[in-house]
Design a protein around this ligand. Structure first.
Ligand code: URA
Ligand code: CA
Length: 432
């Protein structure tokens, strides 16, 4: 290990076997934290070649379980977002592309954050559950084209261990390490093709377009170098996507979007990502044809019908589709009146997310309980003109005393005296 640290420190390329040695040794405990820390710092400064990145990814994939989706017919396309606030796309995209015939075999987690994960959100629907066997999961995807199951306990243990170590050694922010970390999880989960939604802007992991582009390219290269067709869309996170932030609120927003009545930005992003998924699955000859197919499935009700089928197949109350009032409801709706006239210039997404978490929409620690009913609806997005006293957002709360939440939202939603343009939603698309 000393030799390998030195080799990387001096800017040389490690071989496949050498990378496997490090990842295996760290996972099984024969290489100590302090040596891997030194190696990570060397990677941070010296970077990794394309080949090393692919090798690191596959070594992490090999460190744990790999999900075998071969029993599912068709090209399994997975979507991954680098994380935003109020990102309802997964809830919309699953049923939407499934309606187009793309098999959606989704594995999802709960995790920490501003709101719950996809499974938490879906559990806002009475009866819905993900406690199904692997056999049931595969059967459901073959029958309905869509099912969701909880994450296996032993997916990419090497990534878990390395990520924790990076967290305490100032080596999280390294493109080769981030890209291989994300891609290893997607590949271990069995995807044949991967569509990445790389967020950019104040609320995103990557704040500048330049950094987002570099991360997107790194992931696209890894995917294609290991035989998984991969492409990326760089999308805006200079404000939350859609209007809803919160679990039940986002389920309602997803239903609206599947009906063709959703927010413009969320709808457009779902059409763009969805078109790439349909195209990658070979269900359309061009992206434009894929887009037209998706629009038709929204307009003729098939996308919504697919959502209902999916919910009912996993024990959920499908009637929420027509009766969203059957989703958990918060006791209070509290408006956030604008303090002066102007235009909305910024909505700092991660701060809005923090405010949602304080209401109880997300977990601060693994043990926290989520309140599925709470969150907020943004009434004004960037570029909107506002009069003093008009509501910027509606807060859904089970607690009346929420001054701290309101203050955080006032700090997050910044007004300008001059007119502001709304930001561009899709910045770039990166393919092989
Ligand atoms: N998300 C991941 O999964 N891994 C990283 O390294 C960073 C963000
Ligand atoms: Ca949203």
């Amino acid at each position: 290990m000393v030799d390998l640290i030195q080799k990387k420190r001096d800017g040389e390329q490690l071989t496949t076997e050498e990378i496997q040695f490090i990842v295996e040794g760290y996972t099984n405990g024969t290489i100590p934290d302090y040596q891997v820390s030194a190696w990570l710092m060397a990677v941070y400064f010296q970077n990794m070649t394309e080949k090393e990145r692919a090798d690191l990814t596959m070594a992490m994939v090999a460190s744990g379980d790999q999900i075998d989706l071969r029993a599912i017919e068709g090209v399994k396309v997975d979507k991954h977002s680098t994380g935003g606030v109020g990102d309802t796309t997964t809830l919309v995209l699953g049923p939407l592309v499934a309606a187009a015939g793309v098999p959606v075999a989704k594995m999802s987690g709960r995790g920490l954050g501003h709101t719950g994960g996809t499974i938490d959100k879906l559990e806002a629907i009475e009866g819905f559950h993900v406690e199904i066997t692997n056999e049931q999961f595969i059967e459901l995807v073959n029958k309905n084209k869509i099912a969701i199951i909880g994450q296996s306990g032993n997916l990419t243990p090497a990534d878990k261990k390395l990520y924790s170590l990076r967290d305490v050694t100032a080596t999280v922010n390294s493109i080769p390490l981030i890209a291989s970390s994300i891609m290893s999880k997607k590949i271990a989960a069995g995807a044949d093709a991967i569509v990445l939604d790389v967020k950019t802007g104040a609320g995103a992991f990557m704040k500048t377009l330049e950094d987002s582009r570099e991360l997107a390219k790194a992931m696209v290269n890894i995917g294609n170098n290991v035989g998984r067709k991969t492409m990326a869309v760089i999308s805006d996170m200079s404000q939350p996507l859609g209007f809803a932030i919160g679990n039940a609120l986002e389920v309602k927003e997803a239903i609206d979007t599947l009906k063709g009545e959703g927010p413009e930005d969320l709808t457009e992003l779902c059409l763009v990502l969805g078109s790439h998924m349909v195209y990658a699955a070979g269900k359309a000859d061009t992206l434009e044809e894929a887009r037209q197919t998706l629009l038709k499935l929204i307009n003729n009700g098939e996308a919504l019908a697919k959502f209902k089928l999916f919910i009912e197949a996993q024990g959920g109350d499908g009637s929420v589709v027509d009766h969203p009032e059957r989703l958990p409801q918060a006791k209070y709706q509290i408006e956030l009146p604008a303090k002066n006239d102007g235009w909305v210039a910024e909505i700092i997404a991660d701060h809005v997310g923090t405010a949602a978490m304080w209401l109880g929409a997300g977990r601060a620690t693994k043990e926290s309980e989520i309140d599925l009913a709470v969150g907020m609806m943004l009434n004004k997005k960037i570029g909107a003109s506002v009069k003093a006293g008009e509501s910027l957002a509606t807060i859904y709360s089970n607690d009346k005393e929420i001054e701290h939440v309101k203050e955080e939202l006032y700090r997050s939603i910044i007004l300008s005296e001059e007119k502001v343009e709304s930001p561009r939603l899709i910045h770039e698309e990166i393919t092989d």
